[in-house]
Design a binder for this molecule. Structure first.
Ligand SMILES: Cc1cc2nc3c(=O)[nH]c(=O)nc-3n(C[C@H](O)[C@H](O)[C@H](O)COP(=O)(O)O)c2cc1C
Length: 340
């Protein structure tokens, strides 16, 4: 039986099928707190991607920067999926200055060339990618793979800056910890986390649910604070085995030269492109965006560690410890509408 991610190379069905399949792939993208802040309007071969401002994090993300990064990640999946289905995506980003939530119009043009094996392999990673929350195994990431990840970011107009120096890594961990403390003492922030980390009894298909984080996060050196999704309820997946020697992994900042909606959308596409290439090598990423949500700390990170480029994401990358973490998505019908 053929599943969503097993599109044979060059399988060009009807535009209608391809567009629906591509939107199903787009919504597998990562999004901040699994808010899934996207809407897709389809008219013939045109797919319009919109941000859904109802799903923006008003407290942690008032500018909508992380909302647009999330939508950018979905846009990358949409592009890749159309290619795998035999269509060339022609993208017009932010096509209407009077409609800031309209993030892109994507036209699915028939492609006479068959999708090649590389495209099909990249596409298959959409279903394999998962956010990791915890430590990494003591398995080195080859330099060649790290270079490939850098290259993927650059192809989308962003850059990966690696924290090689132990003190830089330590400082980023300490700033993450500081941000986590600052955020936990703000009631509106805690309420926002509570809204997006529902209880295990929930019927919702969004938010960070208990199957997607460990009940106890193994400490690493340096230690990067995890978000408090369980809020003292003891929720989360019981770790299998002893993870005493977990590593922090490779620490990278994804940066852009500008800090505009267009740059955030590019950062999201770069993020997903990097994550899919990582997944191909059985690597996963853990995200720590707490410090980037506190403006003073983000400015500090920018000036000290990014050569004045704008930090958009802080990631740890490695071979994941444990596994079996799950995630949820809303049905495609909730986000896809036909436009007349
Ligand atoms: C912009 C952005 C910021 C994120 N920040 C964090 C974070 O600080 N901590 C965390 O555990 N996950 C973070 N995530 C990961 C999301 O929680 C995750 O993508 C979502 O729960 C869906 O799960 P999945 O990626 O496994 O499909 C972030 C994702 C994005 C796109």
């Amino acid at each position: 039986m053929q599943t969503r991610s097993e599109v044979p190379a060059g399988a060009a069905g009807t535009v209608r099928d391809a567009v629906r399949g591509a939107v199903e792939d787009a919504i597998q993208a990562p999004s901040v707190h699994n808010t899934q802040p996207w809407l897709f309007g389809v008219r013939g071969s045109r797919i319009s991607l919109r941000a859904d401002p109802e799903r923006r994090l008003d407290v942690a993300d008032p500018q909508g920067r992380e909302m647009l990064i999330s939508c950018g990640a979905a846009l990358y999946n949409l592009r890749l999926s159309l290619r795998a289905r035999g269509f060339e995506p022609v993208v017009r980003p932010l096509p209407d200055p009077d409609r800031p939530h309209l993030l892109a119009d994507v036209y699915a043009e028939p492609d006479p060339e068959q999708a090649d094996a590389d495209t099909s392999r990249d596409h298959a990673q959409i279903a394999r990618r998962r956010s990791h929350r915890g430590g990494f195994r003591d398995v080195p990431v080859p330099d060649g793979v790290l270079n490939a990840l850098r290259h993927e970011a650059e192809r989308e107009g962003a850059r990966l800056v690696q924290a090689v120096d132990a003190h830089v890594k330590g400082a980023l961990a300490a700033l993450t910890d500081a941000a986590e403390h600052v955020q936990r003492r703000v009631p509106s922030y805690a309420a926002e986390i509570a809204r997006w980390a529902p209880s295990p009894r929930t019927a919702r298909r969004d938010g960070v649910q208990q199957g997607s984080y460990p009940a106890r996060t193994p400490r690493t050196e340096p230690n990067f604070a995890a978000r408090d999704f369980a809020r003292g309820h003891g929720w989360g997946v019981e770790p299998a085995g002893d993870h005493g020697d977990a590593l922090a992994g490779i620490v990278v900042l994804l940066v852009t030269a500008e800090d505009t909606p267009g740059a955030w959308l590019r950062a999201g596409q770069a993020l997903e492109r990097v994550l899919l290439r990582a997944a191909e090598h059985d690597l996963a990423a853990a995200y720590h965006t707490q410090a980037l949500q506190v403006p003073e700390l983000r400015a500090f990170i920018r000036h000290h560690f990014c050569g004045d480029a704008h930090p958009q994401m802080l990631l740890r990358i490695g071979v994941p410890e444990g596994g079996d973490l799950t995630t949820v998505r809303r049905p495609v019908e909730d986000v896809l509408s036909e436009e007349t």
